[in-house]
Write a new protein. Structure first.
Length: 156
C-alpha cells in the first residue's frame, strides 16, 4: 500500500528514529534494531496507520530493551489517537515529548495543527493551551478536539 521510510541517527547511546509515511501491512521494521539508553521517535511525518500497522508497531516497540527510555515527539493526530485507544502503543517506559492539536476557525473554515510541548503547553496532566491562535484572516481559532478524549493519554 503506502510507503514507509525510517531514518536512524545515533548519538552515543541514544538513537533518534524518524518515521515517515504510512504504517500499514507493508511496514517492515525488522531492519531497524531498537538499542540504546534513550530511543526517540520523531513521528511528525507519519501520515496514516491501520490495524496491521499498529500490530507491527507494537511488536517492534516490544523488541526494545526494558531499560531504554522511549520518547515520542511531534506526534500527529493519527498517533495521538492510537496512544489513546491501543494499550501498548506507547510502552510503559515511554513518554510523549510533543504532539499536535488540531485547531479550527468557524469564521473561515481554516484548520491548523499546533504543537504542544512538554513543559510549555502541558506538564503531566496539566494542559495550558496557547492563547491567541488565529487563522490567516486574524480570526480566533478553537481546539477542534474533545479535550477529555484527546488528552486522555496525559491522565495515565
Amino acid at each position: 500500500m503506502g510507503q514507509l521510510n525510517i531514518n536512524v541517527a545515533t548519538a552515543g547511546d541514544e538513537i533518534t528514529i524518524n518515521v515517515m509515511g504510512h504504517i500499514d501491512e507493508d511496514a517492515d521494521f525488522t531492519s531497524t534494531e531498537l538499542k540504546g539508553s534513550k530511543i526517540t521517535f520523531d513521528l511528525e511525518k507519519v501520515e496514516t496507520i491501520n490495524s496491521c500497522g499498529i500490530r507491527e508497531w507494537i511488536k517492534w516497540i516490544k523488541s526494545s530493551p526494558e531499560a531504554s527510555k522511549i520518547v515520542y515527539k511531534n506526534c500527529p493526530k493519527v498517533i495521538v489517537d492510537q496512544v489513546n485507544m491501543v494499550a501498548g502503543f506507547l510502552p510503559n517506559n515511554g513518554s510523549i515529548e510533543s504532539f499536535y492539536v488540531p485547531y479550527y476557525s468557524e469564521e473561515s473554515g481554516d484548520e491548523k495543527m499546533i504543537l504542544f510541548n512538554h513543559g510549555v503547553e502541558f506538564n503531566g496532566s496539566n494542559i495550558t493551551p496557547p492563547d491567541g491562535i488565529k487563522d490567516d484572516d486574524g480570526e480566533e481559532m478553537e481546539m477542534d478536539v474533545i479535550e477529555a478524549k484527546y488528552f486522555k493519554f496525559l491522565q495515565g
